[in-house]
Design a binder for this molecule. Structure first.
Ligand SMILES: [Zn+2]
Length: 344
């Protein structure tokens, strides 16, 4: 929404640019913990690392990650990691990011809440999915970023930052690793409440993008607004309440009026929330399910999910603050990309 409202937030020009998502080879955002080093008694004395072997202790590129000698009573590389160095583990899909690539990659690790970032090396596979976490960091890296167990971390490996290697041939541009893909099923639509503010798509249009929004208002006010036949004539295909209920207001064969300049080939999804809200958990789950189904239904590329302000073709002068901070702590397309990578 936020079509009419004047922007109240000053925005840096750089944030208006669509991020170079096509360069991102790996991206995840979620909870973290720490691991490795002499004091990590969660690792057994002989536990190794997925990406390194004893032979790598001699390698000049890698030896700095390890202590000069094994801690007393240990034989594995896990406890021999130098906890002050910057390393981490994620649940890699080796088809997308092979071990040899990861061994040489340099990742950007961020604390989105505090705006801190550091570069770090992948060393292991983990944590187990049952932990609900997406990454384990070295104690030194976590401390440098101001992260404590179960804080949210964002990790990116892009072709630009992965030195000294180039993108691997055939790699997916954005690797999904946080969970296995469930078969996309059409989510339950609680109610269809028709909006008059729609029009047929231009003949031959292929739906090629999804635009996500924040209502900046309540469910009731949004449903009412979209049913009004006034001069604003705003609508969206779907409205998702904070409890996860999905309302449909425009048929997918029609354009909804949700993103000026980018309505013809897009599907608009509104999420009930204020300018300062994050998505509620059931709402996020419903949105992810709806998006998964839409991607499959219309064969939309995963890279074509945009925040309102960042949608290609969006042409309203002055932009919009939508979707605000619903998808992460920063109003940016990178935030949307990270949310999609972690949830959809
Ligand atoms: Zn919007």
């Amino acid at each position: 929404m936020a079509q009419k409202r004047k922007r109240t937030r000053r925005k840096k020009p750089a944030q208006r640019k669509v991020q170079p998502v096509e360069e991102i080879l790996f991206l995840v955002e979620g909870k973290m913990s720490t691991f490795g080093g002499p004091r990590d008694t969660g690792m057994s004395a002989d536990e190794g690392l997925a990406l390194f072997t004893q032979a790598d202790l001699q390698g000049p590129k890698y030896s700095y990650l390890f202590l000069p000698t094994p801690p007393p009573g240990t034989t594995g590389l896990g406890r021999r990691l130098n906890p002050d160095k910057y390393y981490f583990a994620c649940r890699w899909n080796y088809n997308d990011t092979p071990k040899e690539f990861l061994k040489r990659a340099l990742a950007r690790v961020e604390n989105p809440a505090k705006g801190r970032a550091a570069e770090a090396r992948p060393v292991d596979w983990g944590p187990n999915i049952s932990t609900g976490r997406v990454a384990d960091l070295s104690p030194g890296l976590a401390a440098a970023l101001g992260l404590q167990t179960d804080d949210v971390v964002r990790i990116t490996i892009s072709a630009l930052r992965a030195i000294p290697v180039k993108p691997i041939k055939g790699a997916k541009r954005v690797a999904r690793i946080s969970r296995p893909a469930p078969p996309p099923a059409k989510p339950v639509i609680k109610q269809f409440i028709g909006s008059p503010n729609c029009s047929p798509r231009k003949p031959g249009t292929k739906i090629d993008k999804i635009v996500v929004h924040c209502t900046e208002g309540s469910l009731a006010s949004t449903l009412a607004e979209f049913q009004k036949n006034d001069s604003r004539k705003v609508s969206a295909h779907y409205v998702i309440d904070r409890n996860g209920d999905i309302y449909q207001m425009v048929n997918q064969t029609d354009c909804a009026n949700h993103c000026m300049g980018a309505n013809n080939a897009s599907i608009g999804i509104e999420h009930v929330g204020s300018e300062t809200d994050s998505l509620a958990a059931p709402q996020a789950a419903a949105s992810a399910a709806l998006i998964r189904w839409l991607l499959q239904e219309h064969q939309i590329p995963r890279t074509n999910i945009f925040g309102h302000d960042f949608a290609p073709g969006y042409s309203r002068p002055g932009g919009t603050s939508c979707p605000d901070k619903l998808f992460g702590s920063v109003h940016s397309q990178a935030t949307i990309v990270a949310w999609v990578a972690a949830n959809v």
